[in-house]
Design a protein around this ligand. Structure first.
Ligand SMILES: [Zn+2]
Length: 401
């Protein structure tokens, strides 16, 4: 019995590990709940140049999970796409000129496909965040490649606006909650079988006598979860075949994965959407305000970061950022926010503060200079702009120097 108790403890530990989700750099994680009464909630901190992190879903929320909104790995313009840095994979194919960025005109895209989460554009392998995102980008680039040049700006605008469509986000969340019911019931049955049914059986008759019965019950539960998962995945991600079968293999081979199978559905659920749209769809308005404020400041004051890049790359990035900024400004107005106040100076933290960074809102006692966190961003003076006492989203980076 003591060996079996050890196995159960190990299973519990592995299950808790299954609740962890890796969040890539510059991505935003949202915690999903089974009911509309518990809205999806932003759990990533809004940082300057946020690095990767690990987030946890609630262990007892079998229909919950962590969903990730990840940025697309290149900028899109009417002339082509621009990668600001060389793709991380396939480095041997990257030549010296790629150091200042890579620009690919649509007319020069001869082959476009994907392999798992890698998008293959001509000879370049571009790492995306998931097979779902790779599929989405393959479809988008395919449409832009076929589009007449004069129609491309409108097509790109449609694609970017779709990423910010709040009603589509709500409908996607509703779809998820409906499709995960069967998977969650299967996981609950599996949990009861492991932690409630098997210990008394082992205690009464011994592991040698009952292990075939326990293994049979577990196989039955895992097969049931895999079946429910298959139909939910095909409904939510009809084209992501490779990811579907990889996840099913995990569910069948790893009991901790079967206990938390909904995590495989949650992760990429919202990857096609802009994080601001997800924050606006559900959850506290303060999260939405904090996120859109940061994004507008970054898009407004962070353009300097293209100064060392190839001209075409810089133009494409600036065009893309300009479009996103315009759409975010429209979204803010639509939701009753004043875009000007969202990027207004933060309230000064002390009378000694004389300048602030307009991008990250760090405050300084210096009379002038550049922000230590945002390369190349010149500090703005409080003397030339009124010291704001307005409501302002909380900002974590407030180092004084
Ligand atoms: Zn800054």
């Amino acid at each position: 019995m003591s060996e079996y108790a050890f196995l159960l403890t190990l299973a519990l530990f592995l299950y808790l590990l299954e609740c962890a989700v890796w969040v890539p750099a510059d991505s935003y994680a949202f915690r999903l709940f089974p009911s509309r009464r518990s809205p999806a909630r932003l759990i990533s901190n809004v940082h300057v140049d946020a690095g990767p992190s690990v987030k946890f879903s609630f262990p007892l929320s079998l229909r919950g999970g962590i969903s990730i909104c990840a940025p697309i790995p290149f900028a899109i313009s009417p002339l082509g796409i621009a990668l600001s840095r060389p793709p991380s994979s396939n480095k041997k194919l990257i030549s010296v000129e790629h150091i200042s960025g890579v620009f690919i005109p649509y007319e020069e895209i001869h082959s476009l496909t994907h392999s798992q989460k890698t998008l293959l554009i001509n000879e370049l392998s571009v790492a995306t965040n998931s097979e779902t995102q790779a599929l989405y980008l393959e479809g988008l680039l395919g449409r832009l490649r076929k589009c007449r040049p004069q129609n491309r700006p409108a097509e790109i605008e449609r694609a970017l606006a779709a990423q910010m469509n709040i009603s589509h986000v709500l409908s996607r969340l509703k779809h998820y909650r409906k499709e995960t019911t069967g998977v969650a019931l299967g996981s609950a049955a599996f949990m009861i079988a492991i932690f409630c049914v098997s210990p008394p059986l082992v205690w009464k008759w011994g592991i040698t006598a009952v292990w075939p019965l326990i293994v049979g019950i577990l196989i039955l539960c895992a097969a049931g979860i895999a079946g429910e998962f298959y139909s939910a995945h095909i409904s939510l991600f009809p084209d992501a075949r490779e990811k579907r079968w990889t996840s099913i293999a995990m569910i069948l081979l790893s009991p901790p994965s079967a206990l938390h199978a909904s995590k495989f559905l949650a992760r990429d659920l919202l990857i096609r959407f802009h994080p601001v749209a997800v924050a606006a769809a559900e959850g506290p308005k303060e999260n939405f305000r904090k996120l859109i404020s940061w994004m507008l400041r970054d898009l407004t004051f962070g353009l300097h970061q293209t100064v060392d890049m190839d001209r075409q790359v810089a133009e494409a990035i600036n065009w893309h950022r300009g479009q996103v900024r315009r759409l975010l400004t429209d979204l803010a107005k639509e939701l009753g926010e004043d875009p000007t106040s969202l990027v207004a100076p933060p309230p000064a933290e002390s009378p000694r503060v004389r300048t602030y960074c307009p991008r990250c809102w760090s405050q300084y006692v210096l009379a002038d200079g550049f922000c230590s966190d945002c390369e190349g961003v010149e500090l703005a003076s409080y003397e030339s702009s009124p010291r704001s006492s307005n409501r302002a989203p909380a900002q974590t980076n407030s180092a004084e120097s």
